[in-house]
Design a protein around this ligand. Structure first.
Ligand SMILES: C[S@@+](CC[C@H](N)C(=O)[O-])C[C@H]1O[C@@H](n2cnc3c(N)ncnc32)[C@H](O)[C@@H]1O
Length: 335
């Protein structure tokens, strides 16, 4: 019988497999030295990230102001005839750019529709809402948004399912602009109900499995736990899969790189790794491309991996690339 550990500093065995609400945090908990160190490290990282985000925003505003100034100067020094030519040229360039975007969007929609027919099925299991704080649910919603955006850009996208999509998670997803038009399967039922005829093909991905994923089988349906818990609920997906009698597997991270802490990744990282692997059939490069440097051991973060860290730049770039980008996108990705 698999055990679920409430993975805070005092390890508790969680007997009840059913999702229960997150316990109210005790005010001013006394943290162990190790936990204090971890907290400090996290706070430093958050502060650095916020600083970087602010400086990127400032830089963008400066660039915009500079471009506007250059344009105004150009116009003011031009004759009337030159002025109308400049404006006309600008309109043409903008129209071309819009045309390109429309074409890209059309291609993306085609790829996603084709994936619904022959793409690798990947499920995000959204049945853990009761175990997360509002902040964690918000982070999960962003991870799903990033996953959808990456899937759309991918040459061979996956056939993505959201199951158990209801309650607070659905409410928050619904707030994302364009969510209703996403080309994705949205099911309020759990995967075990929605895919009951395909139970044999279900494989729950979980870092706690002893089975190492060798390759992706197009006939299998891979499930990712839609959970942001900083591994507070260690073993919960493993236990769920065992209780439901479905297969489990973990990513072969240990065979290719050393992690500075646990091998538990975020939902969007796992999904992106699967996509990269589908494209390249190469686990190592998929891990190196997706897993941020700060999560890998020093020795593994070779110079070949320029700027891999999931820093402000990376997140800003990802957000920019999110087609259906919500206005309140913070992009704070937690495991
Ligand atoms: C933040 S983790 C949730 C951790 C949670 N305590 C659990 O028991 O799964 C989000 C999900 O990503 C997937 N995942 C994360 N790391 C993984 C790994 N190394 N191998 C396979 N799946 C992984 C799992 O499906 C997991 O449920």
């Amino acid at each position: 019988m698999a055990e679920i550990f409430k993975n805070d500093e005092t390890t508790l065995v969680e007997e009840d497999p059913t999702p229960t609400p997150t316990p109210t945090p005790t005010p001013n908990p006394i943290l162990s030295k190790n936990a204090q160190k971890k907290l400090l490290k996290q706070q430093k990282y958050e502060a650095k990230k916020a600083q970087k985000k602010a400086s990127i925003k400032e830089q963008k505003q400066r660039d915009l102001a500079r471009r506007r100034k250059e344009w105004d100067e150009k116009l003011s020094s031009a004759t009337e005839e030159e002025k109308s030519k400049l404006i006309e040229d600008r309109i043409v360039v903008r129209k071309e750019r819009m045309g390109q975007r429309t074409e890209e969007r059309g291609k993306k929609l085609e790829r996603l529709k084709r994936a619904q027919v022959d793409g690798q099925k990947v499920v995000v299991d959204l049945e853990f809402a009761d175990l997360m704080t509002p902040n964690e649910i918000n982070s999960l919603v962003h991870q799903i948004m990033f996953s959808y955006a990456v899937n759309g850009r991918c040459t061979s996208p996956a056939h993505l399912w959201l199951t158990g999509c209801k309650g607070e998670i659905q409410t928050q997803l619904q707030r994302l602009p364009g969510f209703d038009k996403w080309i994705i399967e949205k099911e309020s039922d759990s995967y075990i109900e929605a895919l009951q005829d395909e139970k044999e093909r279900l494989v729950y991905l979980t870092a706690d499995s002893e089975i190492v994923l060798d390759e992706l089988d197009p006939k299998s349906i891979y499930i990712i736990g839609g959970l942001v818990d900083r591994n507070r609920w260690k073993g919960i997906t493993m236990k769920k899969a065992i209780d439901q009698g479905i297969k489990t597997a973990k990513l072969p991270i240990g065979s290719f790189l050393k992690m500075s802490s646990s091998q538990v990744l975020t939902v969007n990282q796992v999904f992106e790794i699967l996509l990269k692997y589908l494209e390249t059939r190469d686990w190592k490069s998929s891990f190196f491309e997706v897993i941020p440097q700060r999560k890998r051991c020093e020795a593994e973060t070779e110079a070949e991996e320029d700027g891999e860290e999931e820093n402000g730049d990376d997140l800003a770039e990802r957000k920019k690339k999110c087609i259906e980008q919500p206005s309140d996108c913070t992009g704070d990705l937690l495991t």
